[in-house]
Design a protein around this ligand. Structure first.
Ligand code: PEP
Ligand code: MN
Length: 336
């Protein structure tokens, strides 16, 4: 159920509806929009009788939700969510760029890449501190040591730090020194991790699972929002198909498909989406042309010796050229 408040509704009236919902043991999710606030209701297992809300002051409409999701939908918030971190935004007018190495390997590597990222005007630095690897015998990330390097980069460059939480304890650490919690493709349906991220105050970047349908992916976002964290950024990184010419098949159609359903920002990761450096820039251009809110790009100062994902890493020079190209495209396609 969803309660749409009148545009003239006062904060007091909104609070009264929230209290009413909580009084019957349910959870209220008030989301303020540009013209009105809507209140999503979760926690019910059966149908709620909406008539009890209809006559409350300030209520414009009570809508029964028939879709499997309640909070990610445009019904709840008709305009796009803009995730704000200080003066940086994701989902707003600026094209959000999250760039950095696959994994933090050394202080020297991380600083060299961060320098290039900063120079490009990007606001977000990515880098795996803990790496979820397919094989237990490959590089698993430097862990605590990498986290120390991340803290130094944040301090030195003023970049916002994005890193993946592979388990729930990592969320605690990211909350101390990071800015965005990344949930990786392999963890998209790790429901306890989703719930933990949902209880965080930090935005969550949710990657699409490698075999996830759009609905499964959006329901994973719904898990986070149902816990009260509404700052979710969706990241398309490709799915498994029979194609052999790419690591994954980058589903760019997910951008307009999500736009039809959800207010959440969507970014594209052409690095994991293709697996080869030579394809990253062309697919990044396409991602921006299709209307993505941003990009996540892997960059390495020496891709040939990278400890993970070297084949898809751009050099700082290639990355700078990518940024030049996508900014030109964004200027043409950005919503005015
Ligand atoms: C990553 O971003 O480094 C990563 C592991 O990506 P994914 O979860 O999309 O495979
Ligand atoms: Mn990677």
């Amino acid at each position: 159920m969803l309660i749409v408040m009148k545009s003239s509704a006062t904060a007091r009236e909104i609070d009264a509806v929230v209290e009413n919902i909580e009084f019957i043991g349910l959870r209220a999710h008030p989301l303020a929009g540009a013209t009105r606030t809507a209140i999503g209701i979760t926690g019910n297992t059966g149908v709620i009788d909406g008539r009890r809300f209809e006559s409350l002051a300030g209520v414009a409409e009570v809508i029964r939700v028939t879709k499997p999701y309640k909070l990610i939908t445009l019904d709840l918030r008709p305009e796009k969510t803009i995730v704000r971190l200080g003066d940086a935004t994701i989902g707003g007018a600026e094209l959000a760029i999250i760039a950095g190495p696959c994994a933090i390997e050394s202080s020297q590597q991380a600083f060299a890449v961060a320098e290039a990222v900063k120079q490009s005007g990007a606001r977000f630095f990515r880098g795996g501190v803990w790496k979820p690897r397919t094989s237990p015998y490959t590089f698993q990330g430097l862990g605590k040591k990498a986290w120390g390097i991340m803290a130094e980069i944040r301090e030195a460059f003023g970049l916002k730090i994005v890193t993946e939480a592979v388990d729930e304890s990592h969320v605690d650490l990211i909350e101390q020194h990071g800015d965005i919690i990344q949930i990786g493709a392999r963890s998209m349906q790790n429901f306890s991790l989703l719930k933990r991220a949902g209880r965080s105050k930090l935005p969550v970047l949710l990657k699409r699972g490698m075999a996830a349908t759009l609905e499964e992916w959006l329901l994973a976002a719904e898990y986070i929002m149902a816990e009260g964290n509404y700052d979710v950024i969706l990241c398309e990184r490709g799915v498994r198909t029979f194609a052999q010419h790419t690591r994954n098949t980058l589903d760019l159609a997910s951008v307009p498909a999500i736009r039809r359903i959800s207010h959440l920002p969507v970014i594209i990761d052409p690095s994991h989406g293709t697996g080869s450096a030579y394809m990253v820039t062309p697919l990044a251009r396409a991602a921006v042309a299709v209307g993505a809110d941003g990009l996540m790009v892997e960059v390495h100062n020496q891709p040939e010796v990278a400890l993970s994902d070297g084949a898809q890493a751009l050099t700082p020079l290639e990355y700078a050229e990518l940024i030049r190209q996508v900014r030109a495209i964004r200027a043409l396609v950005a919503p005015r």
